[in-house]
Write a protein that binds this ligand. Sequence first.
Ligand SMILES: N#Cc1c(-c2ccc3cc[nH]c3c2)n[nH]c1N
Length: 241
Amino acid sequence: MKIDVVTVFPEYLAPLDLSLIGRARERGMLDLNVHDLRRWTHDVHHSVDGAPAGGGAGMVMKPQPWGECFDELIPGEAKPHLLVTSPAGRPFTQAMAHDLAAEPWLMFACGRYEGIDQRVVDYAAERMEVTEVSIGDYVLFGGEVAVLAIIEAVTRLVPGVLGNAASLDDESHNAGVLEAPAYTRPAEWRGHEIPPVLLSGDHGKVDRWRREQALLRTARARPDLLARLDPGSLDKRDRLL
Ligand SMILES: N#Cc1c(-c2ccc3cc[nH]c3c2)n[nH]c1N
């Protein structure tokens, strides 16, 4: 998978050099590059913003650097799926992460200030798939933190990036429910014990207990997810919970 990130704060993306994503880059599983948008400015101040048309507070990222950036990074027929992070974007979900993990080339545009001139999005949409995406209903200073979250959620689904693929099996939001609580030794810690069933060695009981706990946890924390569950995915015992 090829990923390009365009930002005025490349140092914000330094965590992409670390841990499993860093290892996947070193092993050639991810062709991930971070680009400083100021590379495509030509004034002495390397300015990337301008006053909002129509007035108002703050500044808007001007279109020229983005256009020249696209010209250089997308020179040929092959086009990336451009993801523009924005509070006004489509909610990012695990399902979207799976879809994006199957794509050959993603490009992320990190906005700052009051956002990117809308004509950048409209111009890009004439040439490639563009999705405006949000990681939640709150407002950040810019798009970089959202891009880090999305890249982590997507790349961990790319075959080979997450060492033990089994870790993907029962995680939250995969089967529409949250994952069961996790424990490790010691068996007792500060008066709190590991639930005995987890030490029973009875894998059938452990699986049933984890399923029950996942449903109870989902009912408590995310009843909206339960409402969306396909009734066919619930067995008789589940319905009794
Ligand atoms: N994604 C996302 C975002 C943002 C965001 C994204 C880009 C910019 C550019 C200026 N301010 C921004 C906030 N805030 N909250 C989210 N869920």
